[in-house]
Design a protein around this ligand. Structure first.
Ligand code: NAG
Length: 940
């Protein structure tokens, strides 16, 4: 929702944009500087090949840092689906380092696969895993990965591996100024008073004579001060980092969340891309600053291969990227592999984290679909949402009271604008105490919920993880008394400032705490709630207004004793997962939950939806929705969206109208707005714009059967519903950078209008021998051409690919829940050979019965002038009333004389039709067949 600046805005009235100075640059981060200043060259790490130990699926070997004499253990596992896992840990750490437990990011212990050892040849240990190979170069350590003997990735090719081994503090002390002691033990300063000066001024608590020299401060090894906050760093320097090269690849993607282009940029003249979950007020576009959530997963793609790298580490991270031409320089140790061609591109990346271990999964594709499947096999899938959750959500900070909710509900109906969910932000609570209601405004919440449910509608309330420290607030006292709260470095409950004022945070790292949290969502505990109430987790990075970088100090302690430094980026995901579990429990594991989160990490897809946080009502932010969501979709966060209209500022109605259009084909479809903005429910727009917004929302509803099927595909295959062009056309090199167009599934190409006053756009149509049809007019375009397309304000340029069949529902309803039994219209767009394929997926749209087989999936195919529906699956006790009311066949060159249906009982029935010889569109009326039966329509 919003950030810390808001509070300050009240205090200073000077909130004009992102407060960059609240967030560290690489120069203000000791470990970032230490890693970034490394120069490519010979690595100090050497593999001791004689120590090699092999099992059927893994190897273990000692690695020595020849400079420090510290020993490490390298473990490599062969995994199913073509994945290598490389782990590097200290052989004898003096302190256990944090490793993320199974079930948090990894959905389960990954299944291993046979790793075949081919022996050592001149210092190289060679292995294979299916069609892929791995070569471990021993002196120095470098690990190369090859697909069919072609190198695609290499670890430590530049020699930037750096693993800061655990050390005792006294070694450092004896060798340095002991007067530092008083500095180190300065009590942590974290009261409200600092917030105010912390934003504007520099730190001032440290006496001049106690200050470390510049060198020591820069080193930042045993303590570090930022904006007056001192990080006590009791464990000293513990960072890890390594370079990862992608020979043959010009482009890499992923590592969301950044407000930047989809193809990642070279960071030579900027900071590295940062990964540290933060609440960034009014974030800037096109820079590598950290945002609310992060996924350390990167994909490299070229016209032959797609490979992925997942670096499993929950600490703060930074990634440098440089794309260059592979030549003889040190940057490209791998050039010797790439035979004789000097024009081979290469992308070198350099990853470093403040803590944890090196734990890298190399996903060897070889194609985009394979990489998505591989990544999902590790971190899990996006579960199929209930149908209503992919429909339209109406949100605002805040709907003031139950009368306001009722008025919005009724006015949407009056204007014939469908919606499924209305949302309540923080003001609905009693004093920002979550799980409570402001009784003067929501005294009849249960009746309000019942009223909504009569039209199939739902309510989402916000539940943030900060608990007001109030002795009369039971959720807090219960957590405090049971000892469930995050501790400060001195072992007391951490006390920070957030919406309710002084607050504490449950320690979601602890499974017992997550269980306690999940129980808070039962109808008995969450008074005034009902089964059609769902949840939104905000501020879960977490946002702490009076803390360094507006989040937990790095030295706060979790209940197991680990510092937040070690686990920071998974905290928000665990809030989300525990909330999800709460809703699951509430329905006794029968109903699909819905929980929206702002903070996220690898694996967050398992508990549902993510939005891109506090964007702005500006054209540039509308444009940014596409690259941001493509990055999220690539990294497994499929159910994602941006606030329609933009959260901050007052967008004009043209921008709002265009935003609704662009969002039709983006996965999560919610309008939201800041408390200080003018009301902007779609019916408040001037009539011409209201009609455009309404048409967009109705179009979204008409495509829900297609959207639903895409989410089914996402759950079963790991394919993202929103795709970059190269995911569908992987060998077309000229589209690798394209992020102003996208595909929804494999059938719909979208070019949203993202500039003010634009009435036509230039669209690139990908695909050799592919034809495309405008989804409104069926105008035809051919692949591998750039064309100007008219786009007056009423028009979203979108195109269906020839060769696809898309199901739609054309009847207007007030909510998606009322459409379950509605008939389907099939849009059949023929390819150059007069063929097309598609699917229809149908279940009960809300429960988990489909996991027991209670669904129908049919495959539709059009060929030789006939459309066939063949059942792929029909659940034993499953039936549906859904039937086909219309078939539109696009690209029919001559009108058929006669059309008949052969139904499930082999009856032959004549069907009526109309044909437009101009557009070559044939409309077959009322086949009247059930979607879950076998049938054929013949055209003669
Ligand atoms: C529920 O709906 C009824 C009928 O429209 C209305 O009178 C009542 O005020 C509504 N209750 C709430 C809490 O909105």
């Amino acid at each position: 929702m919003r950030g810390f600046c808001l509070l300050l805005a009240v205090l200073f009235c000077t909130c004009l944009g992102v407060h960059r100075e609240n967030f560290r640059t690489c120069d203000q981060s000791g470990f970032c500087k230490r890693h970034r200043s490394l120069q490519p060259g010979n690595s100090d790490y050497v593999v001791q090949a004689s120590s090699l130990r092999l099992s059927k699926t893994s190897l273990m070997v000692d690695v020595l840092n020849t400079k420090s004499d510290v020993r490490f253990l390298l473990q490599v596992y062969g995994l199913q689906h073509g994945i290598f896992r490389v782990k590097l840990v200290e052989a004898e750490p003096i302190r256990q380092r944090y490793e993320i437990p199974i079930g948090v990011t990894l959905v389960a212990e990954p299944e291993q696969a046979e790793l075949v050892y081919h022996g050592e040849v001149s210092g190289q240990l060679k292995f294979s895993l299916g069609d892929n190979q791995m070569v471990i170069n021993t002196n120095p350590l470098r690990i190369d990965f090859l697909i069919n003997n072609e190198p695609v990735s290499s670890l430590n090719a530049q020699g930037l591996l750096k693993f800061e081994h655990t050390q005792e503090k006294k070694g450092w002390f004896s060798s340095r100024v002991s007067s530092l002691f008083s500095f180190v033990s300065q009590p942590f300063r974290a009261k409200k008073e600092e917030t105010e000066e912390g934003v504007e001024g520099e730190e001032g608590a440290v006496q001049e004579d106690e200050k470390p020299s510049d060198d020591e401060r820069d080193a930042g090894m045993w303590e570090e001060t930022f904006k007056g906050f001192t990080d006590s760093k009791p464990n000293g320097p513990t960072s890890v980092g390594v370079d990862i090269a992608f020979p043959g690849f010009r482009y890499v993607y992923g590592i969301p969340e950044h407000a930047d282009s989809f193809a990642l940029k070279t960071t030579k003249s900027t900071d590295p891309y940062r990964m540290y979950n933060l609440d960034v007020f009014e974030y800037e576009l096109y820079n590598p600053m950290a945002l609310y959530g992060h996924i350390p997963f990167m994909v490299a793609h070229n016209d032959k291969h797609t490979v992925g790298v997942f670096f499993q580490n929950a600490a703060e991270g930074w990634i440098d990227i440089q794309s260059n031409i592979a030549d003889k320089s040190v940057f490209s140790n791998l050039a010797d592999f790439v035979t004789g061609n000097n024009d081979v591109p290469q992308t070198d990346t350099h990853w470093f984290f403040e803590d944890g271990i090196i734990d890298i999964f190399v996903l060897l594709g070889p194609g985009p679909k394979d990489v998505f499947k591989q990544y999902a096999s590790l971190t899990g899938n996006t579960p199929l949402p209930p149908l209503w959750a992919i429909a339209y959500h109406q949100c605002r900070w805040n709907y003031n009271d139950q009368d306001d909710v009722r008025t919005v509900d009724q006015t949407m109906d009056k204007f014939d604008i469908p919606f499924d969910v209305i949302w309540l932000d923080i003001e609905h609570t009693d004093g920002k105490k979550y799980f409570t209601w402001d009784g003067s405004r929501f005294g009849d919440s249960v009746e309000m919920l019942r009223n909504l449910s009569s039209k199939g509608r739902k309510l989402v309330t916000i539940v943030d993880p900060h608990l007001k420290r109030d002795d009369n607030y039971e959720t807090y006292t219960d957590a405090r008394n049971q000892g469930l709260l995050v501790k400060n470095k001195d072992g007391h409950d951490f006390d920070g400032w957030c919406w309710p004022g002084s607050s504490s945070w449950p320690d979601f790292l602890d499974p017992k705490v997550r269980e306690w949290w999940a129980d808070q969502f039962s109808l008995e505990k969450y008074k005034g709630s009902a089964n059609n109430l769902y949840v939104w987790n905000d501020m879960n990075e977490p946002s702490v207004f009076n803390s360094p970088e507006i989040t937990f100090p790095k030295d706060v302690r979790h209940l197991s004793g680990v510092e937040n430094r070690e686990v920071h980026n998974i905290y928000g995901m665990l809030v989300h997962q525990a909330t999800w579990d709460g809703l699951l429990k509430r329905s006794n594991y029968k109903e699909r939950p819905f929980v929206l989160t702002r903070a996220f990490f690898a694996g967050s897809q398992r508990s549902g939806a993510v939005w891109t946080g506090d964007n702005m009502g500006e054209w540039s932010h509308l444009k940014m929705t596409v690259p941001m969501m493509l990055s999220l979709n690539l990294a497994g966060i499929h159910f994602s969206g941006a606030d329609i209209g933009g959260f901050f500022r007052n967008p004009d109605s043209q921008l709002i109208a265009r935003w609704y259009q662009a969002a039709i084909f983006q996965p999560f479809f919610r309008a939201h707005a800041h408390i200080d903005t003018k009301r902007r429910e779609p019916y408040l727009l001037p009539e011409d714009h209201m009609i455009i917004a309404r048409d967009a929302i109705k179009k979204r509803y008409s495509y829900l059967p297609y959207w639903y099927q895409l989410f089914y595909e996402s759950e079963t295959t790991g394919m993202p519903p929103m795709r970059s062009l190269w995911m569908e056309f992987p060998s077309e090199a000229n589209i690798f950078e394209k992020d102003d167009e996208f595909m929804t599934g494999s059938a719909i190409l979208v070019k949203p209008v993202t500039e003010e006053g634009q009435t036509s756009v230039s669209v690139y149509f990908p695909g050799k021998d592919v034809v495309w049809y405008d989804i409104d007019t069926y105008e035809r375009y051919v692949g591998q051409e750039e064309r100007t397309v008219e786009a007056p304000l009423s028009k979203l340029p979108a195109f269906q690919k020839g060769g696809t069949i898309v199901p739609r529902k054309m009847r207007g309803r007030r909510s998606a829940s009322l459409t379950h039994n509605d008939p389907i219209t099939l849009i059949v767009c023929l390819d150059k050979n007069g063929k097309a394929d598609g699917q229809v997926y149908v279940d009960d749209y809300h429960s988990y019965e489909y996991r027991q087989g209670s669904y129908a999936l049919s495959h539709l195919s059009f060929h030789n002038f006939k459309l066939e529906n063949n059942l792929v699956h029909l659940g034993k006790d499953f039936s549906t009333k859904e039937w086909v009311e219309r078939v539109i066949v696009v690209g029919v060159n001559t009108e058929p004389k006669n059309i008949h249906l052969i139904d499930a009982d082999h009856n032959k029935v004549d069907l009526s039709h109309s044909y437009d010889s101009q557009t070559k569109v044939l409309t077959i009326r009322k086949p009247g067949v059930n979607v879950a039966q076998k049938w054929i329509i013949n055209l003669h």
